[in-house]
Write a protein that binds this ligand. Structure first.
Ligand code: NDP
Length: 294
């Protein structure tokens, strides 16, 4: 059984991104990621500050804009417009979820597609579905890299994705069944209306669990030798303490799996690394400077 070490793979990607930052800077381009937060959710605040620290670690400029969560929605739309117009900003990430007064779809549409390093703008979603992605969304792209790091080639295999969200399940399925490296799997997408979920997951060579339900995928739901990718991040109380668990019952599933990602230390660090990757990609394309992506 292989524990897929997301921290190690992410560190390699970050090192490669740091080299790209140097190449860009040598050509007079200082790659910059802008994060925007309009929420008082402590988890979102933590995510944004982690992303800013990640920028610093690879030598990239990080800019953060806090929009008051009581402000009218226009303030967020205006902030995005200003960042779109700023030539020194290459990537823009609006931390989701945003407060209720904001129209989430409008925000996603308003980010310049060339700076949309999350890959959620409809144009970029369309390109992904058409098999010509500009930016692969960070979590599924990170998972593709984790599979490659464990020498798991999805080609010809049965892949089952549990979850159909716009940020994880759908783009993951697109990458898995799409043509090209890291794709070509026969892919099933399951969701809350799927009947007999286990009959699908048991068939899978690769299971990607992204339902947001603690330890939902149990050993009896996976086949011997499957590769299991756990996207879930769930905070639960255990023995009176708050702890993080995934969507997979890790201890029992690892006895059957040939490779598995832990939580924490699996998919999470990859999501963050691929955001940096997308930002140097954006800077390189906006300025026509060639870089060697990791
Ligand atoms: P969503 O809540 O948006 O989507 C959950 C999906 O799971 C939905 O499609 C839902 O189906 C499906 N689902 C719910 N219940 C069941 C069930 N009983 N059987 C089968 N499918 C079910 O979550 P996200 O995709 O945003 O996130 C999923 C998990 O991944 C969360 O724990 C989140 O915190 C984590 N996450 C982790 C990241 C990382 O970097 N590690 C990044 C992003 C998310 P339906 O569509 O029918 O409602």
């Amino acid at each position: 059984m292989t524990d897929i070490d997301g921290n190690a793979v992410a560190a390699e990607i970050r090192a490669g991104v740091a080299d790209c930052v140097e190449t860009l800077q040598a050509e007079g381009v200082d790659p910059a990621l802008a994060t925007v937060l309009m929420s008082d959710d402590p988890a979102s605040e933590t995510y944004v500050s982690m992303k800013q620290n990640d920028c610093e670690e690879v030598g990239m400029r990080g800019i953060h804009v806090d929009v008051d969560d009581d402000a009218p929605a226009e303030e967020l739309y205006d902030t995005v417009e200003e960042l779109n117009a700023d030539d020194e900003v290459h990537g823009i990430l609006v931390q989701m979820p945003v407060v209720d007064q904001v129209d989430t779809r409008r925000v996603l549409r308003s980010v310049d597609p060339a700076k949309d390093v999350d890959g959620f703008h409809p144009e970029n979603v369309g390109r992904l579905v058409a098999g010509n992605p500009r930016f692969k969304p960070c979590t599924p792209h990170g998972i593709q890299r984790l599979l490659a790091s464990a020498d798991v080639d999805p080609e010809g295999k049965e892949a089952v994705v549990v979850g159909r969200s716009d940020i994880v399940g759908k783009p993951m399925a697109n990458l898995l069944f799409g043509r090209g490296e890291g794709g070509n799997a026969t892919t099933t997408v399951c969701h809350s209306r799927t009947e007999d979920l286990a009959s699908h997951t048991r068939r899978a060579d690769i299971v990607v669990a992204a339902a947001g339900i603690p330890e939902f995928i149990t050993a009896d739901m996976v086949s011997e030798g499957a590769t299991v990718i756990d996207v879930g991040i769930n905070r639960v109380e255990r023995d009176g303490e708050s702890t993080l668990v995934g969507d997979v019952a890790y201890d029992e599933v690892r006895e059957k799996a040939s490779a598995i990602t832990p939580v924490p230390g699996g998919v999470g660090p990859m999501t963050r690394a691929m955001l940096l990757y997308n930002t140097v990609t954006a800077a390189s394309e906006q300025h026509g400077v060639e870089i060697e992506l990791p």
